[in-house]
Design a protein around this ligand. Structure first.
Ligand SMILES: *Cc1c(COP(=O)(O)O)cnc(C)c1O
Length: 415
């Protein structure tokens, strides 16, 4: 097996006995992340895009262990907030490998990012609005700047992740050359950027091609750029029967659509790096037969894994405790009093009993990251697997963690 490993890791490829024993030892719900798989995904991207700058879109999974693995695997860090930027530096990324992409950035974020820039003048800031440049200049910033274009092309698995054509993101592409001209003397203009959205699949390559073509034209119209970043959104097969993305084909299409540019190609995948490196384990707490289906209640829900509620996303599920039981149609529902708190609907599953352990696949991207404490439900622990075996990378939150903010708050009320 090459260092890049197989093109996809399915839920069924995980070691069932190992997952069962992890839940035994560390409790449920539990996020499990395999760092070896993170490294393989980075390597496959590097193999497919050997000439490109590759940044990992940190927001898909910000765990320190993941960030360190990505850094060692040679990818840079693309950060969407000051918090993510702090985490990237904490994980040892050098300034020249850190990119901050400002989306309507709060002032506090700009304050923090500019103060990091003072110590790490090689970091790059990407802006999607002209007035963000003014706000950076007011703070004394004259460093490496990249302009985010709105290319007028979106792509993705759900309307909520198609960012490419949404007015919220980026500067309308035909205005970018003028702005580039204007800011040239004030900052170090190094790149242009666009991100079409998330979930580029084999079917969606035409939108990706169109975006890249427009970005190639843009890059050719602005002399002296270091890179042209065509975004992330590399899809992963959430359905068991979906083929993996043909990275080689995406790379070929990207190069062809970009054409000759003085600027180097840059990409910034998030999901692709971590999705199939993670599973979510959850215990069955209730089994209820109703006329139309079997309702399987789990200790994980929309607060643990938001994607099904937010995007109608599909995650593969298996019953680790009872792989050979007869299959029934189920609805898998969490413990939150919301109709949308359903992790899988109309799903065939080896008939579970109370106490069984279920596994949800492709939970490594936007899993823990989107978890919340709604219903005062603490977020679960995360265990990472590496050469030394399993270790707790983030302990489980406790109710005490949640209530402590209120208890400490009173001390700060001025009188
Ligand atoms: C979210 C995001 C990405 C990564 O998207 P994935 O679908 O996780 O690959 C890349 N670039 C920007 C600007 C983003 O906001």
């Amino acid at each position: 097996m090459s260092a890049g490993g197989p093109a996809v890791r399915r839920l069924a490829d995980w070691d069932r006995e190992q997952l069962l024993s992890l839940a035994d030892e560390f409790g449920s719900p539990l996020y499990v992340t395999d760092l070896q798989r993170v490294a393989e995904n980075c390597q496959r991207l590097r193999d497919a895009f050997p000439e490109a700058h590759i940044s990992y879109a940190v927001k898909a999974h910000t765990g320190q262990a993941v960030l360190e693995t990505v850094r060692e695997a040679g990818l840079d860090a693309e950060c969407a907030s000051a918090g993510e930027l702090v985490r990237a530096f904490d994980a040892g990324f050098e300034g020249n490998r850190v990119r901050y992409t400002a989306v309507n950035p709060p002032s506090a974020d700009l304050d923090i990012v500019v103060s990091y820039w003072e110590d790490h003048p090689n970091l790059t800031i990407t802006v999607g609005a002209e007035d963000t440049i003014d706000r950076l200049r007011e703070r004394g910033f004259d460093g490496r700047l990249c302009l985010r274009a709105n290319p007028g092309v979106g792509a993705g698995h759900h309307e909520k992740v198609r960012t490419g054509a949404h007015a919220k993101f980026g500067i309308p592409i035909d205005r970018v050359p003028d702005i580039a001209e204007r800011v040239r003397d004030e900052v170090d203009l190094v790149g242009v950027h666009a991100h079409a959205g998330s979930g580029i699949s084999g079917d969606d390559l035409s939108a990706h091609r169109e975006l890249v073509r427009r970005m190639g034209d843009l890059a050719r119209s602005i002399p002296g750029l270091e890179f042209v970043d065509v975004g992330g959104g590399f899809g992963v097969p959430y359905h068991e029967d979906e083929p993996p993305l043909d990275l080689g084909a995406v790379a070929d299409a990207t190069r062809e659509a970009l054409g000759e540019t003085e600027a180097d190609l840059a990409i910034e995948p998030g999901r692709y790096v971590v999705a199939d490196a993670g599973v979510l384990l959850s215990e069955v707490n209730t089994v209820k037969d109703v006329p139309e289906t079997t309702v399987v209640g789990t200790d994980a829900g929309m607060t643990t894994l938001l994607r099904p509620a937010m995007y109608d996303a599909y995650h593969a599920v298996s019953n680790l405790s009872r792989p050979d039981a007869g299959v029934v149609s189920t609805i898998i529902a969490g413990p939150v009093c919301e109709t949308s708190d359903v992790l899988a609907d109309d799903r065939p599953l080896a008939r579970p009993e109370r106490g069984d352990l279920l596994a949800f696949g492709n939970a490594g991207a936007y899993g823990y990251e989107m978890a919340s404490t709604y219903n005062s439900r603490p977020r679960p622990a995360e265990v990472v697997l590496d050469d030394d075996g399993p270790r707790v990378a983030r302990r489980a939150e406790t109710i005490e963690d949640i209530t402590t903010l209120e208890r400490t708050a009173s001390e700060h009320i001025p009188n």
